[in-house]
Structures are given as structure tokens and as C-alpha cells.
Design a protein around this ligand. Structure first.
Ligand code: GLA
Length: 387
């Protein structure tokens, strides 16, 4: 009798969930592996743009709203700056309301400093003579002040920080690596402070974490993190931190791919190499463009295509195969990977279509995610969750 009741109960549950249309979400599928995240923008949050798919994710990264230029309000006349957290705060609340954990992105970066017009940011300039760089001491102190204020403000609402973003040079020519002329990116940070700013950023973030008793992990985040030369340079930097007893807990592999540039072996080897340094690995900005950059498909408008065209199905199928592989390799290394985050939620809105503040990159629309322009699951979704 008991058996019969249990069976009836089970059947009712199945019927109920079938009727209510309840399906497994991404985060459910991956619950035994790692959290699945997405980037949100302030407008996306205000308009609840992705309300149909937000429940698929359990981690959130602010696209821009926690970056230096967003949390500082700088008055070019009075030369005073104040901290401005309103947008990021609203996004934190939204994420928490949706049971998402929050990645802090990013404390120190050469872009996003509020000088998108291409001029040198106030961060590097002498207060009394803006034709000159400030001294290294002044710049490092500004960096420390920023790290302290921002880490304190968000406290334990974020579970990790990208302490530095993209400090490794992206010229991966072997000869330049061999003569060590291109380990670090020649940014304003590097030109004024050498690699000391990287060491100091992590050291100081560790100090702030201890002083404030925060439960946050400290990450390094960058793109092309599976290019073997870039891996070698990154490993060199991490070892330098570790040899100096400076804390670093994890590596963020941004993972902006396209249908022509994903190399399974490089991806897997990089995960293993970083993990062998005793740190966590996360995929932090995943997307797969349906245009192979640099190839003929990008070179003329005649190769751009629209949603629903034959090309759309052809290329999103290639994309799906890549997403299948990425999911498979990530799951295989679930002991090393502590999060996978997409750089967006659905094809309706993407930095690859509206690259750089609304200018259409190459003048075309991209379709880089698991959900289509109507927030419906694509073949890429099926392949990513095919296990
Ligand atoms: C890099 C940064 C991100 C974002 C993207 C482009 O990957 O880390 O914050 O700016 O570029 O959207």
C-alpha cells in the first residue's frame, strides 16, 4: 500500500511539473558542478529585460557598474571625486533578489577609468600639472584608496574580486616572449609603476580583506588565457605573487571565443596548468561569436546575416558544437573550476553587436549566447546541457 501511495505521489509530481511547464534550468543542470553566471547591465536590470531567462542563472557580474569609472564621480573643474555606487547597489539588490551570487569586476584595469574619450585618466596625472604623470607613490596611493573604499563598500555582498584585469601584454609572438619584452601590457599603470602596481594591488587587497574580515576571493582576469604564450606569461606573474607571499586565489579565463578560434586542447591544458599552481579557475566572460574574426566572413557586409536566415542556422550549429565541448571540458574539471559566467544573457543584447557604447561593431548583429533574440533556448543551449 505504502509503495502504491509513493508511486501515485511521484506520478502526481511529474504531471504537475509537466503541466506547469517546469523544466530544468542551467543552474539546476549544473548544480553538481559549479554556479552558472551571466553579466547584467544597469539598464537590463532596470527594465528587467531578461526576465524570461534570469532564473536560469545563479551568479551575476556587473558589466560595467563596478568598474573604476563607474564608482567614481570626478569633477574636472574642482578636481574632486566622490564615490558613486547607486547603480551597482541596485544591481546587487536585484541579484540577491534572484538568488544570484555576485562576482566583483574589476578593481584595477587600464580601461573603464572614466576616460573613454581616449585622454589619460586623472588617476595617473599630477594634480597641479596635468601635462605630467603623477609620481609612482601618488598613483599607488590612489589605487590603494580605491581598492579599500570599493572592497569596504561591497563587503561580503561579492564573493570574489577581479583584483587586476588584463595586465598581461596581448602580443603573443614567441620571439617577444623569449626576450621578455612583452610580458606586461604597456598601460599607464605599467608605464608609471612597472609591475609593482600588480603586486601592490593583490598585496593590498589581501590586507584589506584581513583588516575588514571579508570572505572574498582574489582573482586575476584576462582574455586569450588559453594561448600557450599568454599562459606562460600569466604563470610567471602568478609565481611572482606566490613567491612573495602575496595572496591570489583564482584565475578568470574570460573566454571570448568565435566559431573559428576555439582550440579544445589549449582550453583544457590552460585549466590544468593554472590549477596546478594551487588556485581556482573560473570561466568569467564566455561567449562564442558566430563570425570568425579576421576571416573573410567579417570582411564584407555581404557575409553578415540575420536571425532566422540559412546562415544563422548553419553558423549557430557550429557554435553549438563549441558550446558542447566547452561544457564537457569544464564538467570534466569540476574539481578545478568554481564558476562559469557568460558575458551576457541572450542574443537580444550583446557587446559584440553593440561594441563600444552603441557603435555597431563591423555594422552587424552577433548571436553569441545560449538564448536567442526571443529568449528561447538555442541548439547551443541543448549542447551545453547535453549530459
Ligand atoms: C573585457 C572586460 C569586460 C568588458 C569586455 C567588453 O573583457 O573585462 O569588463 O569590458 O571586455 O565588453
Amino acid at each position: 500500500m505504502k509503495k502504491l501511495l509513493v508511486s501515485v505521489g511521484l506520478l502526481t509530481c511529474c504531471l504537475l511539473s509537466a503541466c506547469s511547464g517546469a523544466k530544468d534550468t542551467l543552474k539546476d543542470k549544473y548544480k553538481d558542478y559549479f554556479p552558472i553566471g551571466a553579466t547584467l547591465s544597469y539598464t537590463g536590470v532596470k527594465n528587467d529585460t531578461f526576465k524570461n531567462v534570469i532564473g536560469e542563472f545563479n551568479s551575476m557580474t556587473c558589466e560595467n557598474e563596478m568598474k573604476w569609472g563607474s564608482v567614481h564621480s570626478y569633477d574636472t573643474v574642482t578636481k574632486k571625486h566622490t564615490y558613486a555606487y547607486q547603480q551597482a547597489d541596485e544591481m546587487v539588490e536585484y541579484a540577491q533578489d534572484h538568488d544570484m551570487r555576485i562576482r566583483g569586476h574589476a578593481l584595477v584595469w587600464h580601461q573603464g577609468l572614466g576616460n573613454e574619450d581616449g585622454t589619460t585618466s586623472w588617476v595617473f596625472l599630477d594634480e597641479n600639472d596635468e601635462t605630467q604623470y603623477a609620481t609612482k607613490e601618488v598613483i599607488l596611493q590612489r589605487m590603494r584608496d580605491h581598492i579599500y573604499e570599493v572592497m569596504k563598500h561591497f563587503g561580503d555582498d561579492v564573493y570574489c574580486w577581479d583584483v587586476c584585469n588584463e595586465v598581461i601584454d596581448d602580443n603573443n609572438a614567441i620571439e617577444m616572449y623569449e626576450d621578455k619584452s612583452n610580458v606586461y601590457r604597456a598601460s599607464d599603470w605599467y608605464v608609471t609603476c612597472g609591475d609593482e602596481y600588480i603586486m601592490e594591488a593583490f598585496r593590498y587587497a589581501g590586507q584589506v580583506r584581513d583588516e575588514l574580515g571579508l570572505n572574498v576571493k582574489l582573482f586575476y582576469n584576462d582574455y586569450e588565457m588559453d594561448n600557450p604564450i599568454k599562459v606562460a606569461k600569466t604563470v610567471e606573474m602568478i609565481k611572482k605573487l606566490q613567491e612573495n607571499n602575496i595572496p591570489i586565489d583564482g584565475i578568470g579565463m574570460q573566454s571570448h571565443y568565435d566559431i573559428g578560434n576555439f582550440n579544445m586542447d589549449n582550453f583544457e591544458n590552460a585549466i590544468i596548468t593554472y590549477s596546478n599552481l594551487g588556485i581556482e579557475v573560473q570561466i568569467t566572460e564566455l561567449d562564442v561569436s558566430v563570425y570568425a574574426n579576421g576571416s573573410a566572413i567579417d570582411s564584407s557586409p555581404s557575409s553578415w546575416f540575420d536571425y532566422g536566415s540559412d546562415e544563422y542556422y548553419y553558423y549557430t550549429n557550429i557554435q553549438a558544437a563549441i558550446y558542447g565541448r566547452i561544457g564537457e571540458i569544464a564538467r570534466k574539471h569540476k574539481d578545478k573550476i568554481t564558476g562559469v559566467t557568460f558575458w551576457g544573457l541572450g542574443d537580444e543584447e550583446s557587446w559584440l553587436s553593440k561594441y563600444s557604447a552603441g557603435d555597431y561593431r563591423y555594422g552587424r548583429t552577433d548571436f553569441p549566447y545560449l538564448f536567442d533574440i526571443f529568449q528561447e533556448r538555442k541548439t547551443s543551449y541543448e549542447r551545453f546541457t547535453d549530459f
